[in-house]
Design a protein around this ligand. Sequence first.
Ligand code: 5GP
Length: 184
Amino acid sequence: MSELHPDVQEVLLSEDDIKEIVSRVGAEISRDYAGKNPLIVCVLRGAFVFTADLMRAITIPCAVDFMAVSSYGDGVVSSGVVRIVKDLDTHIEGRHVIIAEDILDSGLTLSYLINMLKARKPASIEIAAFTVKDTEGQGPAVKPRYVGTHVPDAFVVGYGLDLAERYRNLPYVGVLKPEAYANK
Ligand code: 5GP
């Protein structure tokens, strides 16, 4: 167990929790996509850590490509704006696509992305979300086929998730102390 970062108030998912989650999702994907050579689409930057672990938990042939979108600014409140910063290099027509997402909150980012990618005629397109945020109300605008786990409605960091580009390297998922926001 690594030492707790001084800005972290509480660990929600430990390294062991994460390992268990990722190997379960990897096993599910390996079972469902046997013979389909799925393309794992990593939504940068937050999902890169999950994607790297997920790929290694998948035991069937698969490929990876990267997209970058921006839906949040440097702060903690959704701007509602989704912008494609980097597109895929892979042609996805006829491919089985699985979007690896770090955290599904409103789902607006992915709903936009999926609509855009569907126009390219993939054979199928699904979401593997490492975490889904439990929010009051309707829940996310898209339904992930694979859900790692749920997290409470709080701003979380670590395991790829940042606050203004910090904390992505924490090997666990946690909630920050209130004073960490003031220092950002
Ligand atoms: P959505 O469009 O589902 O509301 O937001 C999805 C994106 O917002 C995630 O991929 C992530 O980049 C960011 N996000 C949403 N909730 C959190 C959170 O609790 N912590 C961090 N670090 N990013 C979040």
